[in-house]
Design a protein around this ligand. Structure first.
Ligand code: AMP
Ligand code: MG
Length: 268
């Protein structure tokens, strides 16, 4: 059994020192890893049903990564078999004119999970201190203030009963090259390929620096970041499934007691 907590950002993290291809102390390769993850996903399926049935807790999962980092892959494999009725995915793309006419959290707040729900943010409000910073879309003083605004927004959500887990899928520049090339080589993957991704790739170092600030300024005990080594997809999925199951287990969820006495009920 792996310890998911070792990937949590508890003190200062330097991304250059985290090996994106690392597999920590997991003994075994892809085959063992996938088998372990499949078991965890089974438990996730049961825990999600319990979360839904008890109807008291809310779980927000934030996924951030460089292009090709594997956000979609995580959603597909870690949640494979989990009842789609209890899980929502909110994808945050380039803001619309209406969204840009409001503050940056305006589009985010309505999509946080309700009681009994798990919501996965595929990108998030963190884009407003990442792409926005790297491309100078707002003045520096403005995005700098967003770190404390985001911390306070998340603290409010947690104080009101939401559990927040944030995952940065850490890939290497070489792995991104290979994945972009694979998209280019396969016509059935062209829809995922955007020439804009190449321009973003040119700014790799700026993004790594921006991510490092995000991780160091917005990982707190109540809303922690996890840096997930993600060059190996199976290990990435295993780490995330581990943290999710650990977190849901800790909630101590129970099926609710029925408001009626069902002991004498006969179905004719
Ligand atoms: P994809 O996830 O590949 O569909 O791409 C979504 C694009 O939307 C990415 O290039 C993001 O950087 C961009 N995006 C998401 N949120 C924002 C934001 N707040 N401001 C500017 N661009 C954003
Ligand atoms: Mg993309």
């Amino acid at each position: 059994m792996m310890d998911g907590e070792r990937f949590r950002v508890a003190t200062t993290v330097s991304l250059a020192e985290v090996d994106p291809a690392g597999t920590a102390d997991f003994s075994g390769g892809k085959e063992k890893g996938r088998a372990a993850q499949a078991k965890l996903t089974k438990r996730l399926e049961a825990l999600q049903e319990l979360l839904f049935a008890s109807g008291t807790e809310r779980l927000l999962i934030v996924l951030q990564a460089m292009d090709t980092g594997g956000k979609d892959g995580v959603i597909r494999s870690v949640f494979d078999g989990v009842n789609p009725q209890g899980v929502k995915v909110a994808s945050f793309k380039r803001p619309t004119d209406l969204e840009l006419a409001h503050d940056y959290l305006w589009r985010v707040h309505p999509r946080v999970p309700a009681k009994g729900e798990i919501t996965i943010f595929n990108r998030s409000h963190y884009e407003d201190v990442l792409v926005v910073r790297v491309h100078n879309l707002v003045p520096t003083a403005r995005w700098e203030r967003r770190f404390h605004q985001i911390n306070e927004f998340e603290e409010m959500l947690v104080e009101e009963g939401t559990t927040i887990l944030k995952f940065f899928l850490h890939i290497s520049r070489d792995e991104q090259k290979a994945r972009l090339q694979a998209r280019l080589d396969d016509p059935s993957k062209h829809w995922k390929f955007s020439l804009g991704d190449l321009a973003e790739r040119e700014r790799w170092d700026d993004y790594q620096a921006a991510y490092e600030d995000v991780l160091n300024q917005t990982s707190s005990p109540h809303a922690p970041w996890y840096v997930v080594p993600s060059d190996r997809k199976w290990f990435r999925d295993l780490v995330i499934a581990t943290v999710l199951v650990e977190t849901l287990d800790k909630m101590g969820l129970e099926y609710p007691t029925h408001p009626d006495d069902l002991s004498g009920v006969v179905i004719s």
